[in-house]
Ligand binder design. Structure first.
Ligand code: ADP
Ligand code: MG
Length: 686
């Protein structure tokens, strides 16, 4: 089955080029080019039951035929089947069609139903003139393939027919026994069923993607995906890394200086990091912790170990504000231990930058904190042994790689710690981060009171303003977050400025500050510092404060246009309050009417503050691409698998992948190639 597609009838250079665009070179590729979905042409449906968006076969008599010449010329047929009627529109038609398609002629059509101005209609349906009622319908579901310009479904169906006819000896790379245990069919019959569902197939199962044949292929695809990530991982871990084994004196001193003890979860995760870094191969660990779980201290602990062992560490954050916050925290925590921290930002002055560069290169600075400015070419370290990336899914893979390479010396790689506050459901993490070890800080510091959340229509703004007054009267502080659907920083800033002006007017005597992405870093810093110090009582902000900002005395948060934001983002924003011991509240201001999903989102936030529960709901509402961030959607595009739908397979997938690597290492490469040819570049690189 490795013959090129050009061995198929009718595939010349042109057709081959089109197929190539779809990644199809061989007959095997063609067989693994799976249907996206199916059309049900097995039943004739009554017109009365149709709804816009349906794809359906209908049959009836032409009740009216006319060529409309007003506006765009078209042939319109009114088709009546006794239950109702719908219009068929043809913009391109021949004289013969016009001659044949007249009143009284019976047609059977297939097409997508749309709601037109004169009721339901189909535009350019496929049709057939029918002589008598007993003309057979299709007895199988019709596959619809992903395709490209100039390549018709009919051609793809014909080509797959041929490939299926020649199907023999397709090696099954999965370990024997796994499939039987999972009750799944063999590869060949699965392929035949998925491409050409037999008449007796369960239509409902197939349309839902739950047919055993589909699950068989989804399973194999997930195994291939898992193996490819795992291979990237082993390529990284095969390289040497500095062994970091220390007494922990620095961490001990830090602990004694803190006004609180670390939580059990923080301690546990720190121990996991210690174990990783004591090995002679690079740590590759993802640490997840809900907002407020205390990830910063875990990161600081890892840095302290690297420094104590005589190396340097780098901490990278995705936004200026978050990086600044880290810089502030790291300086506050490391300063008393006499550990110099260098700061890198895209917006810092030439001189500050030159000094930071020199301090890192000659080793005066032991820790670097910054934005993506850290992985520019001119930044070089004396001895980088640990790279910490916060909120990693906002970075592209290549950026993470670039920083890692700065620690590469004599083939040696630095340890890598990735931290994310976006809780990723276990199922998704198992698939998307199969190359990373995984720790969870699953405990919040004691004494926090859960945030009470309410959703309020923006018609009741006045009450909300009153509420701010009240909170501030009690010595508390509040955030007002302005959000816009537009990505434009300028528009966001404008909205925040307007709101700032309005609130200042409404709240006389209240010290109101403003922070947005268009302000100079120094201005932003000054405002944040004033808010932190309690000099400002209300902070009007754009979503720049989404991550990292930490002011325990702030206990009220208003989020404007909450209906426009995703769940994860709302959860992050809300995490800015509830950091102290005061009772905290979050008001989700929305503009009615709410769509169904918006309602579900706001309801989910009201119901729970558990980030993992919220992520699970988010995954259901939006799918994995969104949860993980758009930058990495490439890696979550499967041909047939769907993480949410197929999550019950994941445990078996992992076990099967492990068995393959152990017992059949020679199957790994061909299996990956079968499913990920070309696409693997999207995969995350350890
Ligand atoms: P996040 O996980 O959201 O990054 P941070 O590291 O910013 O959380 O910590 C949130 C707040 O909790 C900070 O004010 C920090 O000082 C505090 N904190 C962290 N760990 C503890 C702890 N074990 N006990 C009490 N407070 C803690
Ligand atoms: Mg943080």
């Amino acid at each position: 089955m490795t013959e090129p597609v050009t061995t198929l009838k009718g595939v010349g250079p042109k057709q081959a080029a089109r197929l190539e665009k779809l990644g199809i070179h061989t007959l095997t590729d063609l067989l693994f080019h799976l249907p996206l979905r199916y059309q049900d042409r097995t039943r004739v449906l009554p017109v009365a039951g149709l709804r816009p968006g349906d794809e359906a076969v209908v049959e009836g008599e032409i009740a009216l035929a006319e060529v409309q010449s007003r506006g765009r010329r078209m042939l319109i047929l009114r088709l009546a089947d006794g239950t109702g009627a719908l219009n068929l529109r043809f913009f391109h038609f021949s004289a013969a069609q016009q001659h044949n398609l007249v009143r009284g002629v019976r047609l059977r059509c297939f097409g997508e139903v749309r709601g037109g101005r004169q009721g339901l209609e189909m535009v350019h349906p496929e049709y057939r003139v029918i002589q008598d009622d007993s003309a057979p319908v299709e007895d199988c579901l019709t596959p619809v393939y992903p395709t490209t310009e100039g390549l018709h479904q009919i051609s793809l169906r014909r080509l797959t027919d041929e490939a299926l006819a020649r199907l023999e000896h397709l090696p099954d790379w999965l370990p024997p026994g796994v499939l039987d245990a999972a009750g799944l069919p063999d590869l060949e019959s699965a392929l035949r069923t998925v491409h050409r569902p037999p008449p007796d197939v369960s239509v409902a199962a197939l349309l839902a993607g739950r047919h055993p044949a589909q699950r068989r292929l989804a399973f194999e695809e997930l195994v291939a995906h898992h193996l490819s990530l795992y291979r990237l991982r082993t390529r990284t871990t095969a390289r040497p890394a500095p062994v970091i084994r220390v007494d922990g004196n620095l961490l001990g001193r830090l602990r004694r200086s803190l006004p609180f003890a670390l939580t059990g979860a923080q301690d546990r995760v720190i121990r996991e990091l210690e174990r990783d870094m004591a090995r002679p191969s690079p740590m590759l660990r993802l640490v997840q912790g809900d907002v407020g779980s205390g990830k910063t201290l875990v990161a600081v602990a890892a840095c302290l170990h690297a420094v104590e062992a005589g190396h340097q560490a780098a901490v990278m954050a995705p936004t200026e504000i978050l990086a600044e916050q880290h810089h502030h925290n790291f300086r506050a925590l490391l300063g008393p231990l006499d550990i110099p921290v260098a700061w890198f930002s895209g917006r810092q002055g030439v001189r500050a930058r030159r000094e930071a560069l020199a301090a890192l290169a000659d080793g005066t600075a032991r820790v670097a904190v910054g934005t993506h400015a850290l992985f520019q070419d001119e930044v070089s370290f004396e001895d980088l042994a640990l790279v910490i990336v916060d909120e990693q899914h906002r970075f592209g893979v290549h950026q993470r790689m670039a920083l890692r390479e700065k620690g590469a010396r004599d083939g040696r790689l630095p340890h890598q710690l990735i931290m994310t506050a976006t809780p990723i459901p276990r199922t998704l993490a198992m698939t998307a981060y199969a190359d990373l070890d995984y720790s969870v800080i699953d405990e919040l510091p004691p004494g926090r009171t859960p945030v009470k959340t309410v959703a309020v229509s923006d018609a009741r703004r006045v009450e909300v303003v009153e509420r701010i007054h009240h909170a501030i009267g009690q010595g508390r502080q509040a955030y007002w977050v302005c959000t816009l659907i537009e990505e434009s920083e300028a528009l966001q800033a404008q909205a925040a400025e307007d709101t700032h002006a309005l609130l200042r007017e409404a709240l006389t005597g209240v010290r109101v500050g403003l922070v947005h992405g268009r302000m100079k870093p120094r201005e932003k810093q000054a405002v944040m510092a004033a808010f932190k110090a309690g000099e400002l009582q209300l902070l009007v902000a754009t979503t720049v404060i989404e991550v990292g900002v930490d002011v325990p005395n702030a206990s009220l948060m208003i989020i404007e246009n909450a209906e426009r934001l995703g769940l994860a983002q709302l959860h992050q924003l809300r995490g800015r309050v509830g950091r102290g011991t005061a009772e905290s509240a979050c008001v989700l201001l929305y503009h009615p009417p709410l769509s169904d999903t918006a309602q579900r989102r706001l309801e989910a936030l009201r119901a729970t503050t558990d980030g993992f529960e919220i992520a699970r709901i988010d995954l259901e509402l939006r799918g994995p691409g969104e949860v993980l961030g758009t930058r990495q959607t490439g890696m979550m595009q499967f041909r047939i698998a769907e993480i949410v739908r197929d999550q019950d397979l994941l445990d078996t997938v992992k076990a099967a992948a492990t068995r393959l690597m152990r017992d059949h290492p020679d199957h790994v490469e061909p299996l990956i190639r079968r499913w990920l040819s070309g696409a693997e570049e999207y995969g995350r690189v350890g």
